[in-house]
Design a protein around this ligand. Structure first.
Ligand SMILES: *Cc1c(COP(=O)(O)O)cnc(C)c1O
Length: 466
């Protein structure tokens, strides 16, 4: 496979960077997101050769061409091995079957019980190696609707060259999610409970990145799903699961419970690399901007309605910008203009040509709160499978797209992360895995913060002494 040497911004007005630079930076200086200058295609026989490999070996072969010379071969192999060593399942991302031609890809065996661990554990190891080499120190600030924050804290706690600050919407994350963020004892971990919703957290994070003076002073680094390295880590399990089901000799479809469009964008990259993915189905909860956008062409924000699948409670889907960049023929200026309209007018209309391009790859569906509960109950009663509410959104929407092509629905979190909703649906409270059974006994530590940029920046400067 040809290697990617440079990453470019979706808004066309920031310098091209290496993999390492794009990873350490997160958001581009023109407000855009980094994408590979071109996506390397994996030849048919190299995809076929992934069959039977360990997850780590497959991950190495799939990701290696994207890393360029930022990391050496052996170094990168060792990073991958360390990243997944703490998972509670030796297959890392096992498949289970829930119906004729319908499979669940279990992505919740990492240390914080959600798929975000796949990317975050890798990024933690990548940062550690890169920063030790350069002697640099960075301040990681992340915004979370619940799972990103706990995964980031778990990945960066105790690392010597990193301070990690996580903004989460106060009162809007589950107790397990909150405790995973507030119970780590390491002094480089700072959980910030913001007065507002997830979009406020994400907006303040973007503001910090756009304040170049602050950004440079504290050495700001982003690990939100906009970080390219995270997307890359998630490409791997599309390959491993599809190959288990017969790819590249036969096609596979995926349904992805979607919020910020990071996980499903990884599927889009896998498809661009040559994995025969027939359909990528976007599954949204009642916060359905992506389903409306695909159906009508109007990408319009409406405010967030809190749901039982809180990690998908967003109104602006950050990574959608990456797929728009491609759908608009990689015209950064056109993307910048759409994003301007989004900011000033609360929405934009996708051009007919771009919409047709998107519809060639993506299908979409929406799942209401009642349907989410009903799906959790049905899976429990019919298959003995206890699924989390996000996964239930996926399973429900996938139901409308089953065919002779195998369907893989991404199971994005462990049910014990969302015990109230699961108990309400099934009558049984899902237990935490043994390795984290004492979570509710550990003392919590967090700081309440206002939805105010200046106050946040002052706090971060004081805590980091920069
Ligand atoms: C983050 C998350 C999602 C949504 O993923 P995106 O990459 O933001 O689309 C879905 N389910 C769970 C459990 C999550 O943590």
């Amino acid at each position: 496979m040809r290697h990617v040497s440079r990453y470019v911004s979706t808004r066309g007005d920031a310098p091209a960077l290496s993999f390492e630079q794009a990873m350490l930076t997160g958001l581009a200086r023109d407000g855009g997101l980094y994408v590979p200058e071109s996506v390397p295609v994996m030849p048919h026989e190299q995809i076929a050769a992934l069959a039977g490999l360990s997850y780590e070996e497959a991950a190495y072969r799939i990701m290696r061409p994207f890393v360029g010379d930022s990391f050496g071969d052996d170094e990168f192999r060792a990073i991958i091995d360390r990243a997944y060593a703490g998972f509670g399942h030796s297959a890392r991302a096992p498949l289970t079957q829930i119906g004729p031609n319908h499979f669940l890809l279990e992505l919740f065996h990492g240390p914080t019980l959600a798929f975000k661990d796949f990317a975050m554990q890798l990024i933690g190891q990548l940062f550690q190696v890169a920063l030790e080499r350069s002697g640099q120190r960075v301040t990681i600030v992340g915004a979370t609707s619940g799972d990103t924050g706990s995964a980031a804290i778990e990945a960066f706690r105790g690392l010597s060259n990193v301070d990690v600050f996580i903004l989460f919407p106060r009162g809007r994350v589950s107790e397990v999610q909150r405790r995973q963020m507030t119970t780590p004892v390491e002094s480089n971990v700072h959980a910030l409970a913001l007065e507002g919703d997830f979009d406020d957290c994400q907006a303040r994070l973007k503001d910090m990145f756009n304040d170049f003076e602050f950004r440079d002073a504290v050495g700001l680094a982003g690990v939100n799903s906009i970080n390219w390295a995270r997307v890359l880590a998630q490409v791997v399990y599309y390959f491993t699961s599809a190959v288990s089901l017969g790819a590249p000799h036969r096609p596979v479809s995926f349904t992805v419970p979607t919020g910020n469009f990071g996980d499903i964008f990884a599927g889009y990259i896998a498809r661009a690399m040559g994995l025969p993915i027939e359909k990528l189905v976007i599954a949204t909860n009642q916060n359905d901007i992506l389903h409306r956008a695909l159906s009508t062409g109007a990408y319009t924000t409406t405010g967030v309605a809190p749901s039982i699948s809180p990690s998908m409670d967003i109104q602006v889907s950050s990574n959608f910008e990456r797929v728009l960049f491609d759908a608009y023929g990689r015209d950064g200026r056109a993307v910048a203009q759409l994003m301007d309209e989004l900011k000033t007018e609360g929405g934009f209309t996708i051009s007919q040509g771009a919409l047709e391009t998107l519809r060639a790859t993506f299908e979409s569906g929406r799942c209401s709160e009642d349907e989410t509960y009903a799906t959790i109950r049905t899976e429990h009663d019919r298959n003995g499978e206890t699924i989390c509410p996000h996964t239930a959104v996926g399973v429900n929407v996938a139901g409308g797209f089953l065919s002779e092509v195998p369907m893989v629905t991404l199971s994005t979190a462990h049910p014990a992360k969302f015990p109230d909703a699961v108990e309400k649906a099934t009558g049984q409270r899902p237990p935490l895995p043994d390795r984290m059974a004492d979570l509710f006994d550990r003392p919590e530590r967090m700081t309440e913060v206002p939805n105010d940029l200046a106050a946040l920046e002052a706090l971060i400067r004081e805590r980091t002494g920069r």
